[in-house]
Design a protein around this ligand. Structure first.
Ligand code: ASP
Length: 319
């Protein structure tokens, strides 16, 4: 018997990019129309920046780096300019990137002068070794690579300074538990699937308001706040970093998909559930190898959105 088989035309994956601007969204009751507009415009503009890369056929790694760089420039979000202030009144920034195609990653922690920490993380990914640099050494390394350096005060905004005063006052009064999620959390992150089926993730943060000097959260820890693997998914987290590290959150989502056969949605819900059980705020953006996106959070709101050829979506609370 003879028959002719027609190989199926390989369908190129439909590119998609999703991002978050932190699980510490301003509570609905305090969100003025101006702040709402500012945040949504910031999200849309970062989505378009990342999308321009994907639409041109560029790699997911470039798309997530560009989207996070845009969010780092925006004062509404806790990263780069607009980052949270530590308890000594200055900024220590963390960032990481991971490429799902190669498994390579780069990260910086506790940096004080790199204007775009995500670009330093990206440069480390390219060099491959070392993967993670901290503090002064990371600043010096980035300067040596020609990255833009700024005074630490460049990152400060009036809003973050007020949040620090409010937090320290609450601590003195013993009412710290009443702090809003907006005073507590924030981070930015992006995940993407490109036309070639490759996944990538990037995350950048100022940590949380009034954090101790030298404290490092999950955002620069590969497997905690960031993960990407072409076989499964790309993840960027936001929330109580200590809990993300303890639950290896981003890697756990990948592992649940790979070893348990769970969907992205199931694995992400389980991971958020693990942080909720520890008593912490948590959120994330994630995309799988087929282009499914999930944006779960257990806080009142999370700045978030996605963009694909089908359109753009942005949201802050459960709307
Ligand atoms: N995950 C960040 C950290 O722990 C903060 C946050 O997203 O709220 O540094």
């Amino acid at each position: 018997m003879t028959f002719t088989s027609m190989p199926l035309a390989p369908t190129a994956p439909a590119p998609i990019l999703a991002l978050h601007g932190g699980a510490g969204a301003i509570p609905r009751a305090e969100l003025t129309p101006e702040l709402d507009r500012e945040a949504r415009e910031g999200l849309r503009s970062a989505l378009r920046t990342g999308w321009a890369v994907l639409e041109a056929g560029g790699p997911a790694l470039d798309a997530v780096t560009a989207a996070v760089q845009a969010l780092e420039s925006h004062p509404a979000f806790n990263s780069g300019h607009g980052a949270a202030v530590n308890r000594a009144g200055f900024h220590e920034l963390d960032a990481s990137v991971m490429d799902g195609a190669t498994g390579r990653a780069g990260a910086v922690a506790g940096v004080r002068h790199i204007r775009h920490p995500v670009l330093a993380a990206r440069a480390l990914l390219t060099e491959a070794d070392p993967l993670l640099l901290i503090g002064e050494a990371a600043d010096a390394w980035a300067k040596g690579r020609g990255l833009e350096m700024v005074d630490n005060a460049f990152f400060t905004t009036e809003r973050r300074r007020v949040a620090l005063d409010r937090t320290l006052q609450r601590e003195a009064e013993g009412t710290a538990a009443q702090a809003s999620e907006a005073d507590r959390h924030g981070t930015v992150g992006a995940v993407a699937l490109d036309r070639h089926g490759h996944l990538a993730a990037a995350t950048s943060t100022g940590g949380y308001t009034a954090k101790p000097v030298g404290r490092v959260g999950d955002s620069p820890i590969i497997g905690a706040g960031t993960w990407a693997d072409d076989r499964t998914c790309a993840v960027s987290g936001t929330g109580k970093g200590e809990h993300f590290i303890r639950t290896a959150l981003a890697h756990t989502i990948h592992a649940r998909m790979l070893y348990l056969g769970e969907t992205l949605e199931q694995a992400a819900q389980a991971a958020i559930g693990a942080v909720t059980a520890l008593g912490g705020g948590a959120g994330l953006c994630a995309v799988d190898m087929r282009g499914n996106v999930t944006l779960p959070f257990n806080t009142e709101g999370m700045y978030r959105g996605w963009i694909s050829a089908r359109g753009v979506f942005v949201a802050i609370h459960e709307d």
